[in-house]
Design a protein around this ligand. Sequence first.
Ligand code: SF4
Length: 295
Amino acid sequence: MAKGMGGARQPLARQRPKVAAGKKALGRVGAAPTKKRTTGGPPPKAKVPPKPKTSATIPSPTLTKSRKAAAGPAAKRRPIKQLSGQALTAHATAVWDHLAALYPDAHCELDFRSPWELLVATILSAQCTDKRVNMVTPHLFAAYPTPAALAAATPQAVEEIIKSTGFFRAKAKSILGAAAAITDRHQGEVPPRMEDLVVLPGVGRKTANVVLGNAFDINHGVVVDTHVGRLAIRLGLTSETDPVKVEQRLMQAFPQERWTLLSHLLIWHGRRVCDARKPRCGDCSLRHICPSSLV
Ligand code: SF4
């Protein structure tokens, strides 16, 4: 599992306009007429609209990335032609065949023994490595083995255990809230339905897809984390940067029974070969079918 698996859904690219708001406003159609300056002195200051307030959540690593940054250096060389229909399906099949041959053992790298443990581990994995989460969760589940036990814990006690995963206050709030909701509404069992999962505290579509796919063997969607989003662009599977649109596109390109494993294959390749900043195209067995190959 990659960094950011349990974070809030955010577009991969959210670029700010390059021109200052005040400069644009002068020539905008429909803007209020401005008075001509007849005397000297400093020019009037342009009004800068206030920044929208955001709630305190675990930031997504994709939030600050532009489209090019999301795709990395491999995407800067030339525009990638967007495939559709049969051409997309054929390309997706070729990508699958290569990745499946490369990583026959690809799987979720978060340790878990139950849907509940995977749900908690996925929430903790936001902005954190799976390795670190796997070091923390045994202590957490030894102290609080069930959702009911965790729901009765104090935030301070939980924060202390999960501190090293980062953003521990927000994460403690999420897992305590999820524990309480699962105890109260679902008799202590994680519900195996997307619509029930996404209303739990700290659980978005991505986390729900992780749980459904890996704990329940339900291919409800494709987990789109930073690796999956980046590789989907580099491999010419999509030009979208919004995780929801990337997921839709991948769901069109690949048969449903492959959705859960597809994300693991892309994540494994992203971690081992197709690095965000330095993709090792020379060592990549997909370079012949990859439109972003640098070799
Ligand atoms: S050739 Fe391989 S390493 Fe290079 S961009 Fe494509 S998938 Fe990534």
